[in-house]
Ligand binder design. Structure first.
Ligand SMILES: Cc1cc2nc3c(=O)[nH]c(=O)nc-3n(C[C@H](O)[C@H](O)[C@H](O)COP(=O)(O)O)c2cc1C
Length: 206
């Protein structure tokens, strides 16, 4: 069954550039995959469990082969529900703004929840391996400035570099993207339109 999870990491609704680009991708993907299921998770509107004391203890219990207390077990059940939801899809679309050169804190929180030993990351004699295999992701990036190669601040982009790394860490290595960069600079309209066109193109073969 064709199932795509659309994850929105901008709280800006219809003003969001990353959401506009990701919307173009998702609409085109729906058009070429009639009958496929698309589910949306708006990270700033949904209830995400905090990754706090009991949940961290539960994570370490799993890593060290210890059993959970009742409170830890209860807290971990909520983590498992978020992981189960994410892992049940085989295609992903992300709308991701740049915030302070990285990703918005709700997206970081989301990954702090879903990156877990034995669920999305395994360990063998060679080290860690990602457990979510055979999946693909599209990412729409937006930022106020530009970080292209040759730009003096090109190394300040911890948004796309981190997201690609963490997706690869859990096994999602097939990742494509469209970028709406310079959204606080002159000429933003044409750069955003180019990103929308690229997103729709990418959706056709996804
Ligand atoms: C809290 C915050 C931090 C930001 N930090 C950066 C930054 O480090 N670099 C940058 O180029 N733009 C930065 N911006 C600008 C946003 O990346 C830009 O407005 C982008 O369009 C946001 O994506 P959205 O339109 O999908 O919400 C920041 C915006 C906010 C609200």
């Amino acid at each position: 069954m064709n199932r795509l999870l659309y994850i929105k990491a901008s709280p800006r609704g219809s003003r969001s550039h990353s959401v506009a680009v990701a919307d173009a991708f998702v609409e085109q993907w729906k058009a070429v995959n009639p009958g496929a299921e698309v589910a949306v998770r708006n990270l700033f509107e949904m209830d995400l469990p905090p990754f706090d004391g009991d949940r961290i203890m539960a994570k370490y219990n799993i890593m060290h082969g210890r059993s959970h207390s009742l409170d830890e077990k209860r807290a971990w059940t909520e983590v498992e529900a978020v992981i189960e939801d994410f892992a049940s899809f085989h295609r992903y679309a992300f709308a991701v703004p740049m915030w302070n050169f990285g990703v918005p804190y709700r997206l970081k929180q989301y990954f702090d929840i879903i990156v877990q030993p034995g669920y999305t990351v395994g360990m063998n004699e060679k080290g860690y391996f990602g457990m979510l295999e055979g999946k693909k992701a599209f990412v729409a990036y937006a930022s106020g400035g530009t970080y292209a190669e040759g730009n003096p601040v090109e190394t300040w982009d911890y948004q796309s570099t981190w997201l690609r790394m963490i997706l690869g860490f859990i096994g999602i290595t097939d990742v494509v993207w469209a970028e709406a960069r310079g959204m606080l600079l002159d000429g933003r309209e044409s750069r955003r339109s180019d990103a929308v066109v690229r997103a729709a193109e990418l959706a056709r073969g996804f």
